[in-house]
Design a protein around this ligand. Sequence first.
Ligand SMILES: Cc1ncc(COP(=O)(O)O)c(C=O)c1O
Length: 289
Amino acid sequence: MTDELLRWRAEFPIVESCTYLISHSLGAMPRGAYDSLREYADVWAARGVRAWAEGWWEMPLTVGDEVAKIIGAPAGTIVMHQNVSVCQSLILSCFEPEGRRNKIVYSDLEFPSVMYAYEAHARDGRFRIERVPSDDGMTVPLDKFLAAIDEETLLVPVSHVLFKSAFLQDARAITERAHEVGALVVLDTYQSAGTVPFSVTDLDVDFCTGGSVKWLCGGPGAGYLYVHPRLHEKLEPKVTGWMAHESPFAFELPPISYAKGIARFLHGSPNVPGLYAARERSPSSKPPP
Ligand SMILES: Cc1ncc(COP(=O)(O)O)c(C=O)c1O
C-alpha cells in the first residue's frame, strides 16, 4: 500500500464510505468542489455584475485551456458548452452539404444522444447517414467502418472508447482514412480522456468533444468542444449566440460577424457554476501532503 496514487483517495469523500466503480457515469466528487462552488457563490454575492469582467466571461475559454492539457490540444482550441449533445449539434451546424458529399458515417455503438442529433438533422434530406452495425454489440469491425468512409463522406463522428463496452477504437486509422478521402473526424473522448493516453494534436482529428461528468470528476454541466486550428476561420456555426460575435457588447443587428479563432464556437451565456466545479481538478492540482 505504498502507491503514490493512494494519496489521492483522501481527495474523494465518497471512497471513504463505498467502493466507487462507476466513474464512467458520474465521477466521484473531489473534496475541492465544495470550495469551488462556494467561491462561485461568494463572487456572485460580492462582485455582482462585475464578475463577468473579472473572469466569468472568459471561463468557457480558460477552462477549455485546462482541458486542452488533458487531451493534448494547444491553448485557444477549446470552448466549453453544457454537454456533448450541444457540441455535436454545433459542429453539424457548420456544414451546408454540397453535391454528393453529405454522408455521415458512424457505428450503432455511438452514444445515442450523438446519433439522435445527426439523425434529426438528416430528416430534411440534406445529410445521409450510414450506420455501420456492430456484429457483437461490443465492438465495431474496423474494416467495415473504414470501408464505409468514402469520397461522399462529410463527417465521421466516432467514440474513442465505446460507452457500452469500453472497446478502444483505432482513432488514428479512422482519421487517416477520413482525411484520405476529404472527410472530417469528430472524436468523442468522453470515455477516454483521463483513462487512455492520447493527444488530439497527434491523432490529427478535426473536432473532439467530451465532458466533465465522468472520469474527469468535474460534475455535470461542462462539455468541451475542440476544433482544429486549421478549421477556425473556415467555419461559421449556425448553432450560435452573442458570445460568438466579434464585438458582443456592440449588440449589433444580424447577420452575426463571427469572432476570430475558437471564440466563434461560443454560444450564449455559459454555465458558470458548472465551469467552477469542472475547473477544480486541473492538472496543476497537487495531491494532498
Ligand atoms: C461516449 C459518450 N458521449 C457522450 C455522452 C453524454 O453526452 P452528453 O454530454 O450530451 O450528456 C456519454 C455519456 O455517457 C458518453 O459515454
